[in-house]
Structure formats: structure tokens, C-alpha cells
Ligand binder design. Structure first.
Ligand code: MG
Length: 274
């Protein structure tokens, strides 16, 4: 297992420059700006990767349109579940897959949205078809399609993977999202989708305290993500992918929190090493 950081693609910036300062050698690259999805930017990313010596763990692709980041407004706005957003976002994710292949990323990651719990809900079959469309596009380019976890329950995620039925599917397990959305916890999720986990977002958080809000993201070790159980479970699963630290704040506190997470994670990896 190797520790990395989530880097953001922004015009005119080298997204990998800060990562070596953490003493790390791998990163996921995230993008929410569709204007970045072109050959010239891909060339710049490849140049920045080579210059910094960073290995790319995956490309995280966003999409356009309004998104409500909680369990109340999320089902109607997130990912490729909502009908009024789906066709455009499928197209944007395919462009993201083309870009991921251009920069040498092994996989595309995204939030598919609040995949319906009821497999008889027509929205479920439509969503599975849309995911298959994008995942096939990835497969044709020789890359994986990985679900970022946490807006759907682990069982629904497992069923969706089975129903899409392709060999390039995987999971990017975000250790806080299930908690933040009040849907479960990452330890139990590993029981259900553990064999599909390819990358993690190492993040911590606390559960929502009302039925309409997102829980609160907190620094590593201060929330309900139980890394003393997650790390041994990953070893048991034979997981050899990347642990990508994600801290969704900005400025000096983000840097301090990432450094703290690198230190604590390094200790845990050593402590539980079989
Ligand atoms: Mg995440």
C-alpha cells in the first residue's frame, strides 16, 4: 500500500508540485473543469508528472450541473442517476475517460450518484445502463472505471457492479463518505465490496445529526472512520493499491492536516503489517 494525495487540476498550475513536499510519490488527479479536457492540457499534465516524479494512481472526473452534497438534495442532483442530467454527464465522463487515457491514468473515478436501493425502480436499470455505457468507453481505452463510494449503500454498490458486469470495474472507497451521508461505515463496507476496492480516499468524518444535512468532515483520527480496523482489513484482503489522502478544506490547515494524516497512516501501516 502506498500513501498519496488527491491533487486538483487547475489552469496554469502544476497540480503535483506540493506533493513531493509531503514526501509522497503518488497522487490522484481530480478535475471539475470541462475546459481542461483537451490534448494540450494532457500534454502539460504529462510534463508535470515527469518533472515531479509523481505516479498517477487514477483520474477523478467531475461533471457539470448543480449538485447538492447531502442525502436530501443529492438523489435528484448527483451523478448520472437524475434523468435531466444524465446524457450530458455521460458525455462529459467519456471525455474524462479520453483524457485519463491520454495522461496514462490506470482508471477513471467518479460519483455515479445515489444509485437507487430498490432494484425494481426504473431509475436503477437506467443508471446501470448509463454506467455500462461509460465503463465500456473506459474499457475500450484500456482503463478501469471505479465507483467513488458513499452515496449508495455498499450492497447497492455490489449489486450495481454485478449488473454492469464488466471486468474493468472497481471501487474507490472513501472512508468518510458512508459516514457523512449516514449510510454506513467503511469497515462494514469492506465486508461487502472489499474485493473490488482499488484505491481509497483516506478521509474522516462524523455522522449527520439531522435528516437533511451532510455529516461533518474532520481531520484524520477525529471522526468515526475506524482506521485501526480498516488497515488490518485491507491487509487481510491483500489490498496493494493507493491510500489517497483527501482533506476537503483549503489553505495552511489543509496542509497541516494532510501532514498529520501521512504521519498517522504511516504508523498504522507499520503497526498492522502482517
Ligand atoms: Mg472522496
Amino acid at each position: 500500500m502506498e500513501i498519496g494525495v488527491l491533487a486538483m487540476l487547475r489552469k496554469g498550475e502544476d497540480p503535483f508540485a506540493p506533493i513531493r513536499d509531503y514526501g509522497l510519490k503518488t497522487a490522484q488527479l481530480q478535475n471539475w473543469d470541462m475546459d481542461n479536457l483537451n490534448a494540450a492540457t494532457a500534454e502539460k499534465v504529462k510534463h508535470d508528472l515527469a518533472a515531479s516524479g509523481i505516479r498517477l494512481a487514477a483520474f477523478w472526473a467531475g461533471y457539470t450541473g448543480k449538485i447538492v452534497w447531502n442525502s436530501y438534495g443529492g438523489p435528484d442532483t448527483c451523478g448520472i442517476v437524475p434523468r435531466d442530467q444524465r446524457a450530458r454527464r455521460v458525455g462529459e465522463l467519456k471525455r474524462g475517460a479520453d483524457f485519463a487515457a491520454m495522461i496514462g491514468a490506470p482508471a477513471l473515478i467518479t460519483h455515479c450518484g445515489f444509485i437507487p436501493e430498490n432494484p425494481m425502480d426504473p431509475l436503477y436499470a437506467e443508471t446501470v445502463a448509463a454506467i455500462k455505457d461509460v465503463a465500456l468507453h473506459c474499457r475500450e481505452r484500456g482503463i478501469g472505471f471505479w465507483f467513488e463510494s458513499g452515496q449508495e449503500t455498499p450492497l447497492t454498490l455490489l449489486r450495481t457492479i454485478e449488473d454492469v458486469g464488466l471486468d474493468n470495474l472497481g471501487v474507490n472507497l472513501d472512508t468518510a463518505n458512508l459516514i457523512l451521508y449516514g449510510r454506513g461505515n467503511p469497515v462494514d463496507a469492506l465486508e461487502v465490496v472489499g474485493k473490488y476496492v482499488r484505491n481509497l480516499h483516506v478521509k474522516d468524518g462524523v455522522f449527520p445529526t439531522d435528516g437533511r444535512s451532510l455529516g461533518k468532515e474532520v481531520p484524520f483520527g477525529e471522526g468515526r472512520a475506524d482506521f485501526d480496523r480498516i488497515i488490518p482489513k485491507l491487509y487481510d484482503l491483500g489490498f496493494t493499491g493507493e491510500l489517497i489522502i483527501e482533506r476537503e478544506i483549503a489553505g495552511p490547515q489543509q496542509i497541516a492536516d494532510i501532514r498529520l494524516a501521512v504521519g498517522k497512516l504511516t504508523e498504522l501501516l507499520e503497526k498492522y503489517k502482517p
